[in-house]
Design a binder for this molecule. Structure first.
Ligand code: ZN
Ligand code: ZN
Length: 355
């Protein structure tokens, strides 16, 4: 499946008149990639309301632009090359220093002081709904993630450190064809499981530990995100109860994922079960987030999130319960919203694995 970048630029162009700008100067690298296919650390693209576009990048990347369907110019100062009076800019992507420098340049240039127009996340809003080519890449990223977990599972045993286990997962994903890990892999054993974003240490896994692994593969720029918690040795009653509760909450969250659902209602479907069991204070993060060219992107699921889900939105569902100094459980899948029910991308079992 090929990606139609011109169609993406046409969708952006169609959104510009509502913001009363003749063009948008796109400087977020991931948004430049989305609109043109150019992967670089220094590029900008000007997309005009008539759908035409001009790309600017420096001499390191200019050769790569010849294969693209958009004209390109070489410039060390990519944003300065494309800035023009009255065009919109991505407020979240441009530094204040660059903004001031460009505005000063425009004042000198036209003498009338026509400024730039800071705008919100226009391209990010377009990116939330994926086309089938993107979904196929995320599906593959998730399949690599599942396979890496299956391959590493027999090696999880007492004595292995958190860092060593994280490295096994990272290496396996890369061997299987991932670009690289989608983010810094989390491995949290025993009491460390109480910290949602624990960074792996030299702590060894021990019998009786719940071990949480949060990881994913990146494939052709698209991200997977999965968390599983396993138990080393037979689980204690509290560990099994905690696991069952998180698993039920995760299932409720997945079942609430339908096009048209309010983001906060999906969160509430899972959170309500955890609160009813008396663990509301031990689940302090949102239920999930969109995934795509970034590991965390629109939309976000949480109690105070506004907005509704649309069709074809890849998103995670990841409730967790974190008991200070004892440990925790999180279960996370990546899915995509579909009319008729979500499609599950991460297929690793959610039965409690006792190793
Ligand atoms: Zn995750
Ligand atoms: Zn996540």
């Amino acid at each position: 499946m090929t990606i139609d970048h011109a169609a993406r630029r046409a969708r952006l162009a169609a959104a510009l008149p509502a913001h009363e700008v003749p063009a948008l100067l796109v400087t977020s690298p991931v948004n430049v990639r989305y609109l043109t296919g150019l992967v670089s650390s220094n590029a900008a693209v000007l997309v005009r309301a008539d759908g035409s576009a001009l790309l600017a990048t420096d001499n390191r990347y200019i050769d790569k632009t010849r294969a693209l369907d958009v004209p390109a110019v070489e410039a060390p100062d990519v944003a300065g090359r494309l800035a023009a009076p009255g065009v919109g800019i991505e407020a979240a992507a441009m530094t204040v220093a660059t903004f001031r420098r460009l505005e000063a340049g425009l004042k000198e240039g036209d003498g009338k002081g026509g400024g730039l127009v800071p705008l919100g996340p226009l391209v990010e809003e377009l990116r939330a709904v994926k086309d089938e080519a993107e979904l196929e890449l995320i599906r593959t990223a998730c399949a690599l993630t599942d396979q890496a977990f299956a391959d590493v599972l027999p090696m999880i045993a007492p004595g292995l450190t958190e860092r060593a286990l994280a490295r096994l997962l990272d290496n396996r994903m890369t061997e299987l064809g991932a670009d690289k890990p989608a983010f810094d892999t989390i491995v949290a054993a025993g009491e460390h499981g109480a910290i949602p974003h624990h960074a792996p240490t030299d702590r060894e896994l021990r019998a009786g530990d719940l071990v949480t692994m949060d990881f994913g593969a990146r494939y052709h720029g698209y991200h997977a995100d999965m968390t599983r918690t396993v138990c080393l040795g037979a689980p204690a009653a509290w560990q099994r109860d905690l696991y069952d509760l998180v698993r039920r909450a995760q299932r409720a969250g997945r079942h609430a994922l339908t096009p048209g659902a309010l983001a906060k209602d999906v969160d509430a479907a899972a959170r309500g079960l955890i609160e009813a069991a008396g663990h509301g204070e031990h689940f302090r993060h949102g239920l999930g987030h969109g995934v795509g060219l970034e590991i965390h992107e629109d939309p976000f699921l949480g109690p105070s999130r506004t907005g509704r889900l649309e069709d074809r939105v890849p998103i995670t569902v990841e409730p967790g319960i974190y008991l200070p100094e004892r440990g925790g459980v999180r279960i996370e899948d990546t899915l995509v919203t579909r009319e008729g029910g979500p499609e599950l991308f991460t297929k690793t079992t959610k039965e409690l694995l006792v190793l």
